[in-house]
Design a protein around this ligand. Structure first.
Ligand code: 13P
Length: 255
């Protein structure tokens, strides 16, 4: 069965609750004919999840909702943290886990990524697990072993059923927000390697089912190239997801 392409917008630390609701309302009419072909997901900051969720519910939008991070405990004395239960309560479907900015600025490790993956699945949501190499790792020719290691660590102990539902975003760190990208062929090589890793751990059905996204300076102008690759099932979009028209054009390209 063909995989359902996904285009997810990672808004990062942009948009207030009100701005997020407006952006969501502006995206909707531009993608109204794409829904069945492409799963479209927005990932606002925590403080805009409620307003965006309300727009999605009241206007009956088919857009999926994702958070950008989560803590792994359900509740307790963890000041500043947000639990999976709280995200489910806001009707989140997805949670981005292990984004390189979380790894770089907030101490995220392979171990905490794995705990979060389990917590997200445990709450009935699906993690969008981010992996990707630094420029130094790429120049050392170590990209694929490095990324395979990140994938193995992230999915350790996950069930076969959950493994098939996973979304993995391959985001080379040097391509994020820089306007630089790998060639589509080289991004596909890494995506294929990610899929093969899932296959090695969980078996072929999970490898066929897992969706692998590309992320890093995806724009309307280059999206089609990446989506033409056989192991790339969509995109995790940063900057270009903050503009309704750009995000819609990228979503259109995934069709
Ligand atoms: P840009 O699309 O802004 O490069 O960001 C990519 C990203 O980090 C998405 O998670």
């Amino acid at each position: 069965m063909a995989r359902w392409p996904m285009v997810a917008g990672n808004w990062k630390m942009h948009k207030t609750a009100g701005e997020g609701a407006i952006l969501t309302q502006n995206i909707d009419p531009l993608v109204s004919t794409i829904w069945e072909d492409v799963e479209i997901v927005v990932c606002p900051p925590f403080t805009a999840l409620k307003s965006v969720s309300t727009v999605i519910e009241l206007d009956k939008l088919k857009m999926g909702l994702g958070a950008q991070d989560v803590y792994w405990e359900d509740e307790g004395p963890f000041t500043g943290a947000i639990s999976p239960r709280m995200l489910v309560d806001l009707r989140c479907d997805y949670v981005i886990v292990g984004h390189s900015e979380r790894r770089e600025f907030f101490g995220e490790t392979d171990e905490t990524v794995n705990k979060k993956v389990h917590a997200v699945f445990g709450a009935g949501m699906v993690p969008i697990v981010c992996v990707g190499e630094t420029l130094a790792t790429r120049e050392a020719g170590e990209t694929e072993p490095f990324v395979r290691g990140q994938v193995r660590a992230a999915v350790d102990g996950v069930s076969v059923e959950d493994a098939g539902r996973l979304v993995i975003a391959y985001e080379p760190i040097w391509a994020i927000g820089t306007g630089r990208t790998p060639t589509p062929e080289s991004a596909n090589d890494v995506a294929r390697s990610i899929r093969a890793t899932i296959g090695a751990v969980f078996g072929q059905p999970a490898a066929v089912a897992v969706r692998v996204l590309y992320g890093g300076s995806v724009k309307p102008e280059n999206a089609t190239m990446f989506f033409g690759e056989p192991d790339i099932d969509g995109a995790l979009v940063g900057g270009a997801s903050l503009d309704a028209d750009s995000f819609a054009r990228i979503s259109e390209a995934a069709r």
